[in-house]
Design a protein around this ligand. Sequence first.
Ligand SMILES: Cc1cc2nc3c(=O)[nH]c(=O)nc-3n(C[C@H](O)[C@H](O)[C@H](O)COP(=O)(O)OP(=O)(O)OC[C@H]3O[C@@H](n4cnc5c(N)ncnc54)[C@H](O)[C@@H]3O)c2cc1C
Length: 481
Amino acid sequence: MGNFYDVIIVGSGIAGLWSGYWLNKLGYSVLIVTKREVFDANSFYAQGGVTLALNREDVPLHIEDTLKAGWFHNNREMVELMSRESLHIRTELKKLGFHFDPGVTREGAHSVDRVFHKGGDATGRELHLFLLQRDPNYLMDNTIVYDILMEEDRVYGVRVVRKGEQFNLYCNHLILASGGIGALYKYDTNARTIAGELQGIAIKKGLPVRDMEMTQFHPTVFIQMEFAQKLLISEAVRGEGGKVVDEKGERFLFKYDPRGELASRDIISRAIYLHQKAGHKVFLDVSHFSEEFFSHRFPTIYKKLRNYGIKVPKQKIPISPAFHYHMGGIEVEPDSRVKGTQNLFAVGEVAYTGVHGANRLASNSLLECFVFGKRVAEGVAGTPLKKVKRDFPVERWLLMREEDKKWKNKLREIMWEKVGIIRNKKGLEEALEFITSARSEVGELTALRFITAKEIVKGALNRHQSLGAHYIETDSTPQNQ
Ligand SMILES: Cc1cc2nc3c(=O)[nH]c(=O)nc-3n(C[C@H](O)[C@H](O)[C@H](O)COP(=O)(O)OP(=O)(O)OC[C@H]3O[C@@H](n4cnc5c(N)ncnc54)[C@H](O)[C@@H]3O)c2cc1C
């Protein structure tokens, strides 16, 4: 391994691996750099599945469902492109030897069953492992990217730290596939590596980010566990009949939306949050499943809950909403190139393509990784560049300070309490003040998450009306919205 590659990809989730697969096919030398172990990515934890339009006739309906769930805040052309291209993905995966489980399932806000899964509720793990086993590229794990080497609109590489050593890696094209922002929130479902650092670098460099305030909270998460990453209870459990109830057994969601458990995530999360605030306890009742069926259909959830002493399916699962997904991100063109740059690309959850609008439709995220992962390779191929290796000095940055952990935890609490499911101007201003003052207390790597957090708060303050996942209280806000 040298230190110059045709392409460097930051991140070993499905977006990174799928981009790498196509780039290798096109003959590029590719290095994938990843923060910890290769599987330490949200992709590995995806449960429910991948949305794929069933056939040509289903494309318009999938588009409509995606737009509706996104409150029509989506970029319609990008949604159309994603839905059309979804028709090829199963064949592409099949050619490589990947087969989904038989049958498709339904998730919230889909009008038909079109979510393809594998290993029951282990779709992400199965897909991720499958792609990893076939990954032909160089891989550097336990390596954290903390800066992009850039002059004007051209990127030359990245600054990284590995086992305490800081050095530079150079490339002709750089792809950011570094995922979302989970670690910014106290309660979240994300892998521990996902902290919005590359978004922070992009903001520092003046690159365009968009819709940063659009943060999705998943309604059904088991949070009574010691790890920072909480256990998601897949939407497919509700899709297949799981009921949200309170301590009296009342299915209160219908007060908020006639679709009840099958309403979109933003609506259900808010309803549960408000019901809890009113003093109720909230559960997911899965007692209509037989134990045999539940343990086969949702083996991961079954095993994990049993380990925590919840005797599913008979016993109800205590649930709460938790941060789950970031619709906002680094703004890209249809070929995944970051707007205003020559050779910087972003793909997967880190990117803003506009497909999700104000609220992502369930299982559209892995679809986005596949569709735009392939397009990114085409984008790179469409940008032939003369190889220029420019040496940047290796600078020794103070990446972490002693008290960073304390500041990170404080940030997580503030983001949860003041920039969470229901926001108001006063809380957002308090969050902004905290973030601004704490920024100078932390090392340069930790500071990246504060920069990203600040942009989320600024976005929320600038959006005065509620829209999808961004819900802002005003004096006239009715309490059951
Ligand atoms: C519990 C859970 C269940 C989900 N279920 C589904 C589902 O059923 N269907 C669906 O469509 N979506 C689902 N999602 C969402 C989906 O999994 C993610 O949006 C998607 O996997 C993102 O893929 P990605 O490749 O963009 O990022 P990730 O898979 O998150 O990978 C990001 C990579 O970047 C690396 N990285 C981050 N920062 C740095 C850095 N500074 N330096 C170096 N490397 C870095 C990380 O280590 C990681 O390897 C789920 C998410 C979670 C958390």
